[in-house]
Design a binder for this molecule. Structure first.
Ligand SMILES: Cc1cc2nc3c(=O)[nH]c(=O)nc-3n(C[C@H](O)[C@H](O)[C@H](O)COP(=O)(O)O)c2cc1C
Ligand code: SF4
Ligand code: SF4
Length: 248
């Protein structure tokens, strides 16, 4: 079974493609995460966890979903991490997570997809995004072949900077950088409620038709990138930048 989390669609696209290549079921973890429900799942086929990379690791909300869930049946677990450039030393943490869960770690596949982190970087326009996604397809096809053959994904090399990024930098990132405080909404807001529905942590409430952010943000970018009126900004840094949604 392919289990995915996706804020702006890249990981959903990869999960669905793997699902069709492997003729396997795809399950969205978001409803479990949003409602705080511990998943109780069973699969005869290997577990394939697909998600974005946040600060060179699994997103904490997806790690916690796996940690709190029950995954019976197959003991094999693969990880597919979509990323804007690299996943650092995420593999080591995924192996440890499998150890906690009694799953057999079968490797981590990095898949470069369009950048979505507009609170820090710039996302590509649609044409460039489509060409990045086209380049990702062979890696996913190769990965599907390895899963179908029961082979592990090849191990990547991680140097000292990868260990630092996925270790101390990841800890500092969540402690000091991840906050919803800079989010603002402009008069362009049409009170559609899409941001409230999109937040995987239920961190947004509409008050008088406008979003108000709470203290549980994980910086997934679903709210700011999904607003049809482009009414949301993250301080000054998001101004004038394309909002990203996977075009496929
Ligand atoms: C909070 C945050 C942190 C990110 N950290 C990384 C990173 O460490 N390395 C990287 O290459 N891309 C990073 N990205 C980019 C995303 O992993 C990438 O665009 C991903 O494909 C988005 O997936 P989604 O569309 O399924 O949400 C980050 C994005 C966000 C929002
Ligand atoms: S998605 Fe945008 S337009 Fe819709 S309620 Fe949220 S801020 Fe307003
Ligand atoms: S508030 Fe926005 S960026 Fe933060 S977790 Fe919710 S949808 Fe993601």
């Amino acid at each position: 079974m392919i289990v995915y989390f996706s804020a702006t669609g890249n990981s959903r696209y990869c999960a669905r493609l793997l699902g069709s290549l492997l003729s396997d079921t795809c399950l969205d973890a978001a409803p479990f995460i949003r409602d705080g429900i511990a998943a109780e799942l069973s699969s005869d086929t290997p577990w394939v966890f697909v998600c974005p990379t946040y600060s060179w690791r699994l997103p904490r909300l997806f790690r916690d979903f796996i940690r709190s869930g029950s995954f019976s049946g197959s003991r094999d677990a693969y990880f597919v991490l979509t990323c804007g450039s690299d996943i650092g030393n995420a593999a080591v943490w995924n192996r440890a997570l499998c150890g906690e869960k009694g799953l057999q770690y079968c490797g981590t596949l990095p898949v470069v997809m369009p950048e979505n982190y507009i609170a820090l970087f710039t996302a590509p326009e649609e044409a460039e995004a489509r060409s990045i996604i086209a380049l990702a397809r062979p890696a996913l096809e190769r990965g599907a072949g390895q899963i179908a053959a029961g082979a592990s994904f090849p191990e990547g090399k991680a140097g000292i900077s990868d260990r630092l990024k996925s270790g101390i930098v990841n800890t500092l990132f969540y402690r000091f950088h991840v906050t919803a405080r800079p989010f603002t909404v402009s008069d362009a807001c049409v009170s559609c409620g899409r941001c409230e529905q999109a937040c995987p942590l239920g961190n947004i409430r509409l008050r008088d038709g406008r979003p108000v952010w709470g203290g549980r943000c994980t910086h997934c970018m679903a709210c700011i990138c999904g607003c049809p009126a482009k009414a949301i900004e993250y301080g000054k840094i998001s101004r004038g930048k394309p909002r990203y949604q996977c075009p496929e």
